[in-house]
Ligand binder design. Structure first.
Ligand code: SAH
Length: 247
């Protein structure tokens, strides 16, 4: 089992598969007062940048779980590169329903479909969280209300109900029984850092694989994707990582 191949074409050069920059990730790590030896479980860990850099910078230990074989390989290589392979490990598996012995820090950054939405993912993560531990969720929100259904769909949503506004997101998390104790939000520059390298990766891939069965799809996407992004996601969709403590 693996994720659709298009993601590994678009995001082959990404260390972080979300609109958050290395600086913002480091800022969040510092803001959370992480202590050496803290144990973490990161569901949908991608290429493992969060666990690997926080293991290096804060002495975190733990496990990442991701369904993409290529990203999981990249995560293992990154752990070796940063000298933290003895502290963090990466499992290639479905994170839906993945539960471990309770740990100090549980997270799901930008993949809340694994729990059927934000509330379900918070519930899933809570099952692996020790009392008093810290939970992180990364999730989009509406930064501006899209003017029509066409714009909603261009934002890669199906309806307004897919996401909440930022205040609504914070209220929702509170209503689930959690204190929101920190957050780091994407801005348009960090969105650009997530999206624009995908165009470079697609073009490079096309140059190297002109006859691949996916080439036509990738070529068509690359032609329209920058304008789509600028008109829709960049203007209307916010994104953030929220740190939660159970009340
Ligand atoms: N948290 C990482 C990756 C976010 S991108 C980061 O911030 O960089 C979303 C990730 O979810 C991808 O790595 C994808 O492979 C993974 N994914 C998608 N469905 C999954 C599932 N059912 N189980 C585990 N991982 C999944």
């Amino acid at each position: 089992m693996d994720i659709p191949r298009i993601f590994t074409i678009r995001e082959s050069n990404h260390r972080i598969h979300n609109p958050i920059t290395p600086d913002k990730l480091a800022l969040l790590g510092r803001a959370l007062h992480l202590r050496p030896g803290m144990e973490a479980l990161d569901l949908a860990s991608g290429s493992g940048e969060m666990l690997c850099t926080w293991a290096r910078d804060h002495g975190l230990t733990g496990t990442g779980v991701d369904l993409c074989a290529m990203f999981t390989e990249q995560a293992r290589a990154r752990a070796v590169e940063l000298g933290v392979a003895d502290r963090v490990g990466f499992v290639h598996a479905d994170a839906a329903g993945y539960v471990t012995e309770p740990v100090d820090l549980v997270s799901c950054i930008g993949a809340t479909w694994i729990g059927g939405g934000l509330a379900g993912t918070v519930e899933l993560l809570a099952r692996s969280l020790r009392p008093g531990g810290l939970m992180l969720v990364g999730e989009p929100y509406w930064r501006r209300t899209p003017p029509d259904q066409e714009t909603i769909e261009a934002c890669e949503a199906t309806s307004m109900d897919d996401w909440l506004s930022l205040p609504e997101t914070l209220t929702h998390l509170s209503d689930l029984g959690y204190d929101v104790v920190e957050m780091v939000l994407a801005d348009q520059d960090s969105w650009d850092r997530y999206m624009a390298p995908q165009w470079f990766a697609m073009r490079t891939w096309l140059d190297e694989n002109p006859d691949d069965e996916m080439a036509e799809q990738v070529r068509a996407e690359l032609r329209t994707e920058p304008a789509r992004y600028a008109y829709s996601t960049r203007e209307h969709v916010g994104w953030g990582i929220f740190a939660l403590r159970q009340r």
